[in-house]
Design a protein. Structure first.
Length: 616
């Protein structure tokens, strides 16, 4: 049965801002329900795990995960720099002369005589696989009078989340490990699909850096790495069926062997992160495919751009699409798909379907003849032809769920597809598109480019761009910004998406309850035209952590008010924790802001976010 966690915010989350004021830790993502005690710090000794004695293979996975967590606790000797103070209030704003800060309640210095040394684990279903919809809930209890740290989880994957929470709770102070107060956490995600997308077709990303992203995902309780394997520019994936395809890798050193792929899958599974592969087709297809048979490629030898959009053959260099009418296309696609579906273990396989360019198919003799043979045919019929030919082998098992970009059913060139076992990734049109798709019964993963695209705002990368050749900043007479200053600057999805922009996206606004039930999560894409190993982690983290909390426990407190102000110290602190853990996350603020809670807030009125038009 598909596990769909409750979409309601537990009312106890409203307690977070006040009850956590007496402690320094502030875990991210904020738990759904967290209750701190006041009996004083609890000493932590050498921890061992009990309860993972099942014969299931997942028991060993959990044992190994706990060992990693405990090693991280000991090695990092973590102490939070960005501690949280109570969110300040103000009196008779704007007449007050200072913010009456309320000091945190002093924690008791009394520690229990005997340090805790045992983590007792109870897992209800050891055999539950890491697949879409698996139950990830857990309860973690560190009581005042107990002698163990108690964790109860529905599955092994909930236990892994409990361990990452424990890593943020244990601090190192005065040459000793402790947990500041007794605490009980009851936790589960709001959405079953929580991830990022990494593109390895535009620039190669090393396996070490892919694993670094998995580490960040695991620590932030995200559970999907959507791996956009290839694109027109390169094919970096080893295939036994067609070994010649990697001739279009950037170099022999920039190839993912199948052993390498299996290693990444296992690395992710050990950390509760699913690896969902994407082979984009029939659009965005040139490199690799052409090495098998040039005849299955359309417009590969065309010029990609033109002053008239209708003559474009691609949205970016280089062009190429699979020829939909050529029977040889389906022979090759089926073999590629079946081989990769046998390598990747997730039931979800992403088969692309986006940005089909009609101009490209003007270069295809089979397609132009197909249209000439019947003047009533449209490009919708052409896309439907692709769907009808590929679905019999794409839906290769009863467990299979196909994932596609929304274009395949919502763009100008689209097909009719039964929503059953289909996940659509919505990247355009914001809530309008999300509502359109969910209303038609499709399950949707939200990746709206206006909110979640991590590569946006970096300027254009195509060269010889005469639009930059302007000596004025803007047309000051009519106030119209030019392409450069005040405009998009070459980045079609500008501006840069800050962590606050990501966190404040209410992507189910205006949806009915039934439509909301079809939103299964969100993913932040990183397209890599201007990204490689040197900067990938700074591009993803810690901004993706804002998404992690958005889809784990939401962006509102128990009263329905935006809690972005609360997130500030939490995400600053988490950034420090990521860096300490080897994930090279970018800084968000001067360290002064970390060490002086809320001193860098824009508004004196700390509730300003909730006083905008339309706010509850």
């Amino acid at each position: 049965m598909l596990y769909r966690p409750s979409l309601r915010l537990l009312s106890a989350t409203a307690l977070l801002a006040t009850l956590s004021s007496a402690v320094k830790v502030n875990p991210l993502p904020a738990p759904r329900e967290i209750t701190w005690g006041s009996a004083g710090p609890i000493a932590i000794g050498e921890l061992s795990l009990t309860g993972a004695d099942s014969d299931s293979a997942n028991a060993q996975l959990v044992t190994d995960a706990f060992a990693r967590s405990w090693k991280a606790i000991k090695d990092l000797k973590y102490y939070p720099q960005a501690t949280e103070a109570p969110i300040p209030t103000y009196a008779e704003f704007p007449g007050a002369t200072q913010i009456p800060w309320k000091p945190a309640a002093p924690a008791s210095k009394q520690k229990r005589t005997t340090p805790l040394s045992e983590v007792h684990l109870k897992v209800e279903d050891w055999d539950a696989d890491l697949q879409q919809g698996v139950n990830e809930s857990y309860v973690l209890s560190i009581g005042d009078g107990g002698h163990t740290i108690d964790i109860t989880s529905s599955t092994a994957w909930g236990a892994l989340h409990a361990f990452t929470t424990l890593q943020q709770l244990v601090i190192y102070e005065n040459n000793a490990f402790s947990i500041e107060q007794p605490v009980t956490i009851k936790d589960e995600p709001m959405y079953p699909f929580r991830g990022i997308m990494v593109d390895t077709g535009r620039n190669y990303i090393s396996t070490d850096k892919l694993k670094e992203q998995i580490d960040g995902l695991s620590l932030s309780k995200m559970n999907v790495l959507h791996w956009h394997l290839d694109d027109t520019q390169s094919w970096p994936v080893e295939l036994k069926t067609y070994p010649q395809m990697t001739k279009d890798a950037y170099s022999a050193r920039e190839v993912y062997t199948q052993d390498c792929i299996k290693d990444i899958i296992q690395y992710g599974r050990a950390r509760g992160v699913r690896i969902i592969p994407e082979v984009d087709m029939p659009g965005h297809a040139y490199s690799g495919w052409r090495q098998v048979d040039e005849s299955i490629i359309s417009c590969g030898d065309s010029w990609w751009s033109n002053d008239l959009w209708s003559y474009h053959t691609a949205v970016q260099p280089n062009p190429g699409q699979l020829d939909i009418i050529n029977d040889k296309t389906y022979e090759v696609v089926e073999k590629v798909y079946k081989e990769l579906a046998g390598v990747f273990t997730d039931h979800v396989f992403h088969v692309g379907g986006d940005e089909i360019q009609k101009g490209c198919y003007n270069f295809s003799e089979p397609i132009t003849k197909w249209f000439a043979d019947n003047s009533s045919r449209t490009y919708n019929d052409l896309v439907q032809y692709w769907v009808d030919k590929t679905w019999p082998f794409f839906m290769d098992s009863t467990d299979r769920k196909l994932m596609l970009w929304e274009d395949v059913v919502i763009s100008g060139e689209h097909a009719n597809i039964d929503p059953k076992n289909i996940i659509l990734q919505s990247w355009n049109g914001d809530v309008v598109n999300i509502k359109n798709l969910t209303n038609r019964g499709y399950d949707v993963v939200v990746s709206s480019s206006n909110w979640f695209y991590l590569d946006c705002g970096n300027g254009g990368y195509v060269s010889n761009d005469n639009r930059y050749n302007t000596q004025i900043n803007a047309n000051l007479e009519d106030g119209v910004p030019n392409f450069n200053y005040g405009g998009i600057g070459g980045s079609w999805c500008a501006p840069f998406k800050t962590w606050q922009r990501i966190y404040n996206y209410d992507f189910t606004e205006g949806l009915t309850d039934d439509e909301k039930s079809h939103v299964i999560g969100a993913s932040a894409p990183l397209w890599t035209e201007q990204v490689d190993d040197t900067i990938i982690s700074q591009k993803v983290w810690p901004r993706a952590a804002a998404l992690a909390e958005l889809v784990w426990s939401g962006n509102r407190n128990g009263e329905g008010k935006k809690r972005t102000t609360e997130l500030t110290q939490r995400i600053n602190n988490f950034r420090e924790y990521l860096v300490a853990s080897g994930v090279m996350a970018a800084p968000l603020m001067p360290k002064y802001c970390l060490q002086n809670p809320h001193s860098c807030d824009l508004n004196w009125d700390q509730d300003a976010l909730n006083k905008l038009p339309g706010a509850p």
